[in-house]
Design a protein around this ligand. Structure first.
Ligand code: KG4
Ligand code: ZN
Length: 378
């Protein structure tokens, strides 16, 4: 098939993104406008503000993605847009814009599930590196601010199937990072800050119990709907809160919140200057607990499902300790593990354009009356 240039558009949360990908295997341009500055003061994404910021950013972001790719609206083969899951208002900005563009240009439009996009970020980069050896089924851990999902992904010719075998029962992993950082006065988003601070603390200092999920009788469950490997992180977040209370850390946290909040984007030295040993140890122990739980559950799911390969993707896949430990532990089991680059781990539109390619080949185009699906399943 001739080279196929797809423009991807992503606006499901707090990043307005556009990218051009050729035939699902070559990243031509990738533009991401982050709204972190807008939401920082609130310690989390404010949906109303997110929609408004998308409206402001979408036209310049798409124009830049096209210009960077040396493409024009006319030279594109198709457009792709995130349909869900995500914030309804935010999704609608991307969808309305993509629909209008596709209609005006008379080009096909492809609707993509955001989670499928995170999985295809891995495939895009492996193909770009020339790796044609990825074996299937692949067990994909999609781990971000909104999701902690396990999918068994398989390719059948040009089409893909995904079987969900686990998800979080409460907070997503990235949400736990964000909430713990907020609780400790470390700012938003929490993942990158905790990642950087953790190397300066003792990860064995605080012992947190790992979440135990009660599954019904495994054999019974297997007959009904297959094995489940669920996660739960709200207990861990509460354990951190309890630790803060029993160690009388609140006053120091309030002071840190004010000082760091006034700085906007504090540097590592600033963060370290305002964190005592107890805080650094607490942060490192929290991250270690998260990492060990994510890895243990993913590896036991991989064994039970006879997965040939592991994918770890989504914002939390940018975490340094998670990457190192996954590589080490998966290697011991003889399992290859693939991560996207850090730029394609967090939300982007290249993954949307890449996931759209097999749908383009299959002629799986969106009807013009499709709409945002905030709780879309994969
Ligand atoms: O995939 P993403 O950009 O958006 C969603 O689909 O949610 O993920 C954002 C999440 C946030 O919760 C953020 O704190 C987390 O990913 N994150 C990290 C790191 N970088 C981003 N968590 C841990 N370590 C990191 N280095
Ligand atoms: Zn995401």
């Amino acid at each position: 098939m001739a080279d196929t240039y797809i423009l991807g558009i992503e606006s499901s949360c707090d990043e307005t993104a556009a990218a051009v990908v050729c035939s699902g295997e070559r990243l031509i341009s990738n533009v991401v406008a982050s709204q972190i500055g807008t939401h920082q003061a609130y310690g989390g994404v404010v949906p109303e503000l997110a929609s408004r910021e998308h409206l402001k950013a979408i036209v310049p972001v798409v124009r830049t993605a096209l210009a960077d790719a040396g493409q024009t609206y006319q030279s594109l083969d198709a457009l792709a847009v995130t349909q869900g899951p995500g914030l309804a208002g935010a999704l609608l900005v991307g969808i309305s814009y993509a629909k209008a563009l596709a209609f005006a240009l008379d080009k096909p439009l492809i609707a993509v599930n955001h989670l499928e996009g995170h999985i295809h970020a891995v495939l895009l980069e492996e193909r770009q590196k020339g790796n044609r050896e990825v074996r299937f089924p692949a067990l994909a851990l999609v781990v971000s601010g909104g999701h902690t999902h396990l999918y068994l992904a398989e390719q059948h010719g040009e089409t893909w199937s995904y079987r969900n075998i686990g998800h979080t029962r409460d907070d997503a992993a990235g949400e736990a990072f964000d909430k713990v950082a907020k609780l400790l006065g470390l700012g938003y988003p929490g993942g990158p800050v905790i990642d950087r601070l953790s190397t300066h603390g003792d990860a064995r200092a605080v012992r947190f119990p790992l979440s135990q999920i009660k599954h019904r009788d495994r054999n019974q469950k297997l007959k009904e709907d297959g094995l489940r490997f669920d996660f739960s992180y709200s207990g861990l977040k509460t354990a951190v809160l309890r630790y803060v209370e029993t160690h009388h850390m609140q006053k120091a946290i309030e002071h840190r919140r004010q000082v760091l909040g006034a700085m906007g984007e504090p540097k590592l030295e600033d963060l370290l200057r305002h964190c005592d040993r107890t805080t650094l140890d607490l942060v490192a122990s929290f991250q270690r607990t998260m990492v060990e739980d994510l890895i243990a559950k993913t590896l036991s799911a991989a064994r039970a499902c006879d997965a040939a390969t592991l994918f770890v993707t989504g914002g939390v896949a940018a975490n340094s300790e998670l990457r190192q430990r996954f590589e080490q532990d998966a290697a011991q089991e003889g399992l290859p593990v693939y991560f996207p680059s850090r730029a394609l781990s967090t939300d982007n539109a290249a993954m949307i354009a890449a996931a759209a390619y097999p749908k383009f080949v299959a002629g799986d185009f969106a009807a013009m009356d499709f709409s945002a699906e905030a709780a879309m399943k994969l």
